[in-house]
Design a protein around this ligand. Structure first.
Ligand code: NAD
Length: 488
């Protein structure tokens, strides 16, 4: 078994300096809870406010920096992430529990995100080469439309993708000239710190980027409440997102939410069944189902329902679940004891409501004490809670659909709208589905989880609010539009 080094003194990064806090916390390895991954400083409200003031003071300087300087800073961060993807991936796997290959791939993707936004800094990022020149309706008047940075942005992130989600917020924020206060999730402070450590050496002015680790209730709330924070980008649960939205809207801060999902993978009778099972296994269970894009509802046309369930059950039996650093594992542990208990409680709810158990859903013992469970599969009806609520663990259900129309109706019968997939060989149904699935992202013959880094990411209905993240569209959130009139 590989063991990494223990990180001592993981500190806040505020106004260009590393700071301790009055209290500390620890993060543990979910594959082996006897291993401490990090001892970290836990900020309080006062320290969060200090970071916000530092970002406010840095804003005039950073927002007027040249595109070349911003591009150089982001390119340097991206290059280091890519060069160190293996050691940072090891840290991610130890702290969050993704398997090592998944963790290394996540760090590489975070590096690519920074590289992409280095290019955006040069291109102007305004979705139109930096601005527009438009003929005025009045004679002798010139009009132009330009984009400017928003100001101080508060970035609040979840634990499940602790490199790439922060990357896809921090990179566009800095590329467009904003200053940043970044609050990672409490389960993954060392990942947040490792990213901040790289950023701290990228020649940014003091205060342009700050890291504050601590609780959502205190540090997150300080960002949400502060009149100095001009924009808030939050990824996390729907309930916390709603709180952030209400508080931010009441003081007219710009706000962007990426919240949960209850994503469907539709399997039609004409699909390549092996491919469909592959998509289901990857989409529903990899990363222990702890992805907002997980396909937790498998909607299968009646003609292939039983064959699909039999094949999927066989694949689930063969999956290897164990220590995230052990070679050959398909699935690591879930993130912590609380999530494991919640997942097992969901298995109980599924049984009580009468969903038919197909496979798994049990806590597993391994050589090390970790939060292991077998992937769970149930046959459900649309009214069952496991078919309606986000679980965020390795639990999926199959819903039977009579035909394509019923499958599409079931797919859209949810308060969420992040992504949806379909497995079919019918061009007609694929095209119809892409147009009529009420989501932010569609996938045809691909897993619902696993997206590109240079195109928009986000959802509709209960899954998101405000402009999309990633790609050129990120400019909509991280810039504000100014219209200039001039007598020619
Ligand atoms: P969470 O809501 O518990 O926490 C997310 C972040 O918000 C953390 O940093 C937390 O400390 C902070 N927070 C909590 N209360 C706060 C408050 N009152 N004010 C400000 N900040 C606060 O979510 P989680 O358990 O870390 O992550 C899992 C959730 O994230 C799932 O629901 C999942 O679907 C969602 N998620 C969504 C996406 C997406 O892009 N749609 C991506 C990943 C995860």
């Amino acid at each position: 078994m590989i063991h990494g080094e223990i990180h001592q003194n993981v500190r806040q990064y505020i106004n260009g300096r590393w700071e301790t806090s009055a209290t500390t916390g620890v993060s543990a390895n979910p594959s082996d809870t006897s291993e401490v991954v990090a001892e970290y400083a836990r900020a309080d409200r006062r320290q969060a406010e200090f970071a916000i003031r530092a970002a406010t003071e840095a804003f005039p300087h950073w927002s007027h920096s040249t595109p070349q300087r911003r591009a150089d800073v982001l390119d340097r961060i991206g290059a280091e992430l890519l060069a160190r993807k293996d050691d940072l991936g090891l840290l991610l796997a130890r702290e969050e529990g993704k398997t090592l290959p998944e963790a290394v791939a996540e760090v590489a993707r975070a590096g690519q995100v920074f590289k992409f936004f280095a290019g955006e800094a040069l291109r102007g990022g305004a979705g139109g080469g930096g601005g527009e020149n438009i003929a005025s309706v009045r004679a002798g008047v010139q009009v132009d439309v330009t984009r400017e940075p928003v100001g101080v942005v508060g970035l609040i992130t979840p634990w499940n993708s602790p490199f790439v989600i922060p990357a896809w917020k921090i990179a566009p924020a800095l590329a467009h000239g904003n200053s940043v206060v970044f609050k990672p999730a409490e389960l993954v402070p060392a990942c947040g710190w490792a990213l901040a450590e790289i950023i701290s050496r990228a020649a940014l002015p003091a205060g342009a980027f700050n890291l504050v680790m601590g609780s959502g209730r205190e540090v997150g709330q300080a960002l949400v409440d502060s009149a100095l924070v001009d924009a808030l980008s939050f990824t996390g649960s729907a309930a916390n997102g709603e709180r952030v939205l209400q508080a931010a809207a009441s003081r007219r801060a710009k706000v962007q939410l990426e919240t949960g999902g209850k994503n469907a993978l539709v399997v039609l009778a004409d699909a390549d069944l092996d491919r469909a099972v592959d998509c289901a296994v990857q989409g529903a269970y990899f990363s222990a189902g702890q992805r907002c894009t997980a396909s937790s509802r498998l909607i299968v046309e009646a003609a292939v329902h039983d064959a699909f369930v039999a094949k999927l059950r066989q694949r689930l039996k063969e999956l290897k679940i164990g220590h995230a650093l052990e070679r050959g594992m398909d699935i690591g542990p879930v993130a912590d004891e609380e999530r494991l208990a919640q997942n097992l409680a969901w298995v109980g709810i599924a049984r009580e409501e009468g969903a038919e158990h197909v496979w798994g859903g049990e806590a597993l013992q391994r050589a090390t004490a970790g939060h292991y469970m077998s992937p769970a599969l149930f046959l459900a009806r649309p009214e069952h809670r496991i078919a309606r609520e986000e679980i965020f663990g390795p639990l999926a259900c199959v819903l039977r659909a009579g035909d394509y129309d019923e499958a599409l109706a079931l797919c859209n019968d949810t308060p969420f709208g992040l992504c949806a997939g379909i497995c079919t060989n019918s061009l007609k149904h694929a095209m119809h589905f892409r147009r009529h699935a009420v989501v932010g992202m569609t996938m045809v013959n691909l897993p619902t989880a696993g997206v590109d880094f240079h195109v928009p990411f986000g959802g509709r209905k209960g899954s998101g609010y405000g402009p999309r993240e990633q790609g050129r569209h990120a400019a909509e959130f991280y810039t504000t539009v100014k219209t200039g009139y001039m007598l020619a």
